[in-house]
Design a protein around this ligand. Structure first.
Ligand SMILES: Cc1cc2nc3c(=O)[nH]c(=O)nc-3n(C[C@H](O)[C@H](O)[C@H](O)COP(=O)(O)OP(=O)(O)OC[C@H]3O[C@@H](n4cnc5c(N)ncnc54)[C@H](O)[C@@H]3O)c2cc1C
Ligand SMILES: NC(=O)c1ccc[n+]([C@@H]2O[C@H](COP(=O)([O-])OP(=O)(O)OC[C@H]3O[C@@H](n4cnc5c(N)ncnc54)[C@H](OP(=O)(O)O)[C@@H]3O)[C@@H](O)[C@H]2O)c1
Length: 270
């Protein structure tokens, strides 16, 4: 897959997850329900499993002959001895309905490989790293923010998380505490939660593309966008990714192209 292509892969790749040799059976260690339809969960980590923050893998649930495989981004840090994921339970979704039944101690299949281009190494060096997420698109950015080197390589880390309701602001307390955890650091964190369907819950309440277009996002981050210094990653809702790609392209931002690092990277979840 070209790094310039927004990814959307939901079945097992040929000769990949469908082949038993390509996955391991892991055990679910813990669940946290942020809402009845939003979970974070941890599993054991295969000893040989390697990934870069921002990568996703494929998770498989169900009987051998009818397992359902879906891509999920790692939210855990590369140094953690477990894997952590965030998942929305989509009503009627083939994977979601099986995930809803999963309990601590149950088995979960994890593809042996990690995939994707939503990684900091896709970007040219810069001063400000903007991480723009909707819903569960937060997951890979939590992994990136749990990586100590990102706190040394940037001056500002700006995390924007748009959700419908405030209860969906997963890891909110941990995110707020990250600067203390990694102190002393070069980077300052600006965490900008956006709740769109609960008036008054957050200072910003409009959708990200509008907030970017009218300058309110840059004002809230106290950081104007510049081609020279700003690097942007976008993850989650495909319409959000599409609109931001258009807006940013028009302002001169580009994705990694044939190995030449760019100023922006995208991953869409459906
Ligand atoms: C590269 C990649 C990484 C992904 N990482 C994650 C992740 O970390 N966490 C996660 O929850 N999902 C993630 N997804 C989506 C995930 O793979 C599944 O599609 C999703 O969990 C629902 O699976 P399903 O079989 O229940 O329903 P599906 O049949 O796969 O989806 C049904 C519908 O649900 C909606 N939908 C699907 N996923 C989401 C979502 N994440 N948020 C909001 N609406 C959604 C869409 O309208 C979609 O058409 C990722 C997808 C891709 C392509
Ligand atoms: N979240 C829930 O309460 C809930 C409950 C049950 C089931 N579900 C199902 O779960 C799935 C995921 O819901 P979700 O809330 O995680 O994801 P979502 O619909 O993508 O919404 C997440 C955030 O992204 C914003 N957004 C949506 N479309 C956008 C666009 N085109 N441009 C910019 N921002 C956009 C939303 O704002 P807006 O509020 O303005 O749309 C919201 O702030 C859906 O299939 C839904 O039917 C959700």
């Amino acid at each position: 897959m070209n790094a310039d292509t927004e990814s959307r892969q939901d079945g097992p790749a040929p000769n990949s997850a469908a082949n038993p040799a390509k996955w391991t059976d892991e055990t679910v260690l813990a669940f946290r329900a942020w809402t009845p339809t939003l979970l974070t969960f941890r599993s054991t980590r295969p000893a040989a499993f390697r990934f870069t923050p921002g990568h996703y893998t494929r998770l498989g649930l169900g009987a051998d002959d009818a397992a359902v495989w879906r891509p999920y981004s790692m939210a855990s840090a590369v140094q953690d001895d477990f894997l952590e994921f965030i998942a929305v339970l989509v009503p009627g979704g083939a994977f979601s309905e099986q995930l809803r039944q999963l309990r601590v101690g149950d088995s979960l299949r994890v593809d042996k490989a990690a995939y994707g281009f939503l990684t900091v190494d896709q970007l040219a060096p810069g001063k400000d790293l903007w991480l723009l997420a909707s819903g569960t698109g937060l997951g890979p950015f939590v992994s990136i923010l749990r990586e100590p080197t990102v706190w040394q390589n940037f001056e500002r880390l700006i995390l924007v998380h748009s959700v419908r309701h405030s209860a969906e602001l997963a890891w909110r307390e941990e995110i707020t505490a990250l600067p203390d955890r990694f102190a002393p650091t070069k980077a300052a964190l600006r965490y900008l939660p956006i709740v769109t369907r609960e008036p008054g819950a957050t200072a910003l309440a409009d959708r990200i593309p509008l907030l970017l277009a009218d300058g309110r996002l840059e004002a809230a981050a106290a950081s104007p966008l510049s081609l020279a210094g700003s690097r942007l990653m976008v993850c989650g809702n495909p319409e959000l990714a599409k609109e931001l790609r258009q807006t940013l392209s028009a302002r001169g931002y580009a994705t990694n192209r044939r190995g030449v690092p760019g100023q922006m990277a995208f991953e869409k979840y459906w």
